[in-house]
Design a protein around this ligand. Structure first.
Ligand SMILES: Cc1cc2nc3c(=O)[nH]c(=O)nc-3n(C[C@H](O)[C@H](O)[C@H](O)COP(=O)(O)O)c2cc1C
Length: 190
């Protein structure tokens, strides 16, 4: 099985009887001068092209990605004791793809996307709630359009590592690296 399909399969196994959200993963980005930061995002889609998550295109992670379009994603499902690490270049998805996903989000989340100036300083929660109210009124008569600064990014993995906990810390690690149209695979010491 190719490693992207295998990641998808692991995620759907993790989804069975999941005590926590199996699509919540950590996303690390880096400034051009090498300062990393990390946060949780939700994986929206996994296919042969890569892994898609959505965010505000003006927030801190987006500023990192626009200047340095490489990222790393780590998924860990404690109830499986499995970790997957994916690394590679990142690019914005098409506006049609972002429109498509935005359109099926709950209305409250759509309004929230307008109200949030992600990662900018906020003087009080009341200010945020007032902005929510303002956009609810603005869009009261129809569908909420996608804000231009909200959309998806796709990470195209060049490197995917599967880690499975083993007894006495003799964990299993398999590293897949992109080679042309295919992948090489080798084991790593735990
Ligand atoms: C469970 C969980 C899911 C989240 N999902 C997303 C997401 O899909 N997209 C997103 O932009 N932020 C998401 N966040 C919030 C981010 O972790 C982060 O706080 C926010 O995106 C701002 O990050 P930045 O300042 O580095 O851009 C999520 C947080 C948690 C705890």
């Amino acid at each position: 099985m190719d490693p992207i399909s295998r990641f998808r399969e692991a995620m759907s196994r993790a989804a069975q009887d999941a005590p926590f959200d199996p699509i919540a993963v950590s996303l690390a980005t880096c400034t051009p001068d090498g300062r990393p930061s990390c946060r949780i995002v939700l994986v929206h889609e996994v296919d042969a092209r890569g892994i898609v998550f959505h965010t505000n295109y003006a927030g801190r992670k987006a500023q990192d990605l626009e200047a340095n379009p490489y990222a790393a994603i780590t998924a860990y499902w404690p109830w499986l004791d499995e970790q997957v690490r994916l690394e590679g270049p990142v690019a914005r998805v098409t506006t049609e793809e972002s429109d498509g996903y935005f359109a099926v989000r709950p209305r409250g989340s759509q309004v929230g996307a307008w109200a949030s100036l992600q990662s900018q300083p906020l003087d009080s929660r009341e200010t945020l709630l007032a902005r929510v109210q303002q956009f609810e009124e603005q869009f009261a008569d129809g569908p909420v359009p996608r804000p231009e600064n909200w959309g998806g990014y796709r990470l195209t993995p060049l490197r995917i590592e599967f880690w499975k906990a083993g007894e006495f810390r003799l964990h299993d690690r398999e590293l897949f690296e992109r080679a042309g149209d295919g992948w090489t695979v080798r084991r790593l010491y735990p």
